[in-house]
Design a protein around this ligand. Structure first.
Ligand code: FAD
Ligand code: NAD
Ligand code: ISD
Length: 428
């Protein structure tokens, strides 16, 4: 049994949804595009899962956050795909890929062939077992990557109002889930190995503001240690988290956010990998693929022209833009230059909201009011602005730091930059 398509996207997450939108904008015929996803629902805006989805009042639920509402584009329900003749193969896993024959074998035993393949398999959450800790399958231990995980977080959360949650990991999932748990009236303790939260991006000064804010909401921080084991009750539920430093934290629920691993397995041995992802060129084409295989989103390691280095980014803006770019490169190669992306990360927790553009590295200049007002930071490397962070900005101010970072202006005087603060970006 087999079917043939001109374009196939493997993976049905954020990148797949935005690629589908771009295909339709550029014009495809019915039956040309197929999306294969092991999730049971059409592509949706994954960021909603740690934010609106976890709200106690009027939580976000599908179909409200199908792609591409995150960018104020159309809301692509299953009907949307059907009306455009796009084959949406849901709840179906691609089990193997033969890139020499341009075929994919699915979990239902079907062989699907393509002329162009877009790999958009994203990533999976790392499990505690990979760090030597058992207990991920206990019913009150939660991860958060997909809708099924989010439903589990909601169920477990609702069963322990007023109780204690231990959040393992001080990255994005840890910070956003901790805030959501607090909003759901759960007492939160965060445990992570670093000296401060969001260590991959935040400076100690920036982290100190957010930690202080979280503490004011009742969150406790246990830093510089990791869990060594769980204590279980007679029903197999986690009752406490035992830390490597010997401390014991009673727990009614546990949320784990200890990073991700890109889903590259299907292509290992067939495509070059770099920095954990599928290595692609400036047109997002993978190696050894005669130009017929593209990789986008979390799974792709691509050249960031602005910094002259390859990066694998794990953020929604990168997934959206790389997906749309790949479709442009496939459908209109002559008029599509190389992908020229300015990295953009953001988060929203409680009443706070920050944006970051560019790269970290070099010297950091902090500015603004760290006591609860508007504040930020610039990163200056080799005499040029390379990164900008801003908490509490307006639309215009975020636009200004984005523009300034893309222009990479020369910075001769760090003290002057500090004095000018946000005014520097607004004047660029
Ligand atoms: P994904 O969206 O993960 O999609 C991959 C898809 O491929 C999934 O549907 C998966 O099931 C499918 N798949 C994988 N392997 C196979 C296979 N073999 N066969 C069939 N299907 C397969 N980023 C931000 O910038 N801001 C945020 O606020 C933010 N919030 C987030 C909140 C949460 C809870 C999570 C988990 C992530 C968040 N991110 C955020 C990150 C952002 O969602 C990701 O960067 C983005 O989803 C990546 O898109 P993608 O399409 O590459 O991968
Ligand atoms: P992360 O990389 O942001 O953070 C991982 C954290 O795990 C580290 O900060 C560290 O504190 C901790 N850690 C690592 N090893 C550990 C161990 N052995 N024991 C205990 N803690 C350990 O990853 P995440 O928070 O799991 O997020 C998963 C993915 O989702 C990432 O790709 C992230 O970018 C994405 N995400 C992004 C956003 C956003 O951009 N706003 C929001 C949610 C999720
Ligand atoms: O490529 C992979 C990989 O390493 C996995 O474990 O796909 C699987 C799943 O994570 C896909 O959801």
């Amino acid at each position: 049994m087999g079917r043939a398509f001109v374009y196939v996207i493997v993976g049905g997450g954020v990148a797949a949804g935005y690629a589908a939108l771009e295909f339709t904008k550029r014009g495809i015929s019915s039956g040309e595009l197929c999306i294969i996803s092991d999730e049971p629902v059409a592509p949706y805006e994954r960021p909603a899962l740690s934010k609106g989805y976890l709200l106690p009042e009027a939580p976000a639920r599908l179909p409200s956050f199908h792609t591409c509402v995150g960018e104020n584009e159309e809301r692509q329900t299953p009907k949307w795909y059907k009306e455009r003749g796009i084959e949406l193969v849901l709840g179906t896993r691609v089990k193997s890929a033969d890139l020499k024959r341009n075929t994919l074998l699915t979990s239902t035993g079907e062989t699907i062939s393509y002329k162009f393949l877009i790999i958009a398999t994203g990533a999976r959450a790392l499990k505690l077992e990979e760090f030597g800790v058992k207990g991920s399958d206990a019913e009150n231990v939660c991860y958060l990557r997909d809708l099924a995980d989010a439903n589990r977080v909601v169920d477990v959360m609702q069963s322990c109002t007023g109780g204690n949650a231990v959040v393992i990991g001080g990255g994005y999932i840890g910070m956003e889930c901790a805030a959501s748990l607090v909003i759901n009236k759960i007492n939160v303790t965060m445990v992570f190995p670093e000296a401060h939260c969001m260590a991959r991006l935040f400076t100690p000064e920036i982290a100190s503001f957010y930690e202080g804010y979280y503490e004011s909401k009742g969150v406790k921080f246990v830093k510089g240690t990791v869990l060594s084991s769980f204590e279980f009750d007679s029903n197999g539920k986690v009752a406490a988290v035992i830390l490597r430093d010997g401390n014991r934290l009673p727990a009614d629920m546990v949320v784990v956010g200890i990073g991700i691993r890109p889903n590259t397995t299907l292509f290992e041995g067939q495509l070059a990998l770099e920095k954990g992802g599928i290595k692609v060129n400036g047109r997002l084409q993978a190696s050894n693929s005669n130009g017929s295989v593209y990789a986008v989103g979390d799974v792709a390691t691509f050249p960031v022209k602005l910094f002259g280095e390859t990066r694998r980014l794990e953020h929604v803006d990168s997934a959206r833009k790389s997906a749309r770019y790949a479709v442009a490169a496939i459908m209109d190669p002559e008029n599509t230059g190389e992908f020229d992306y300015l990295p953009f990360f953001y988060s929203r927790v409680f009443a706070l909201s920050w944006q970051f553009y560019g790269d970290i590295g070099g010297e950091v200049i902090h500015f603004g009011d760290f006591s609860g007002g508007k504040f930020g930071a610039y990163w200056v490397s080799n005499g040029h602005l390379v990164g900008s962070f801003l908490e509490g900005g307006t639309k215009e101010e975020y636009k200004a730091i984005s523009k300034a970072t893309r222009l990479k202006p020369a910075i001769d005087d760090l003290a002057m930059l500090e004095t000018q603060g946000l005014g520097f970006a607004l004047a660029v």
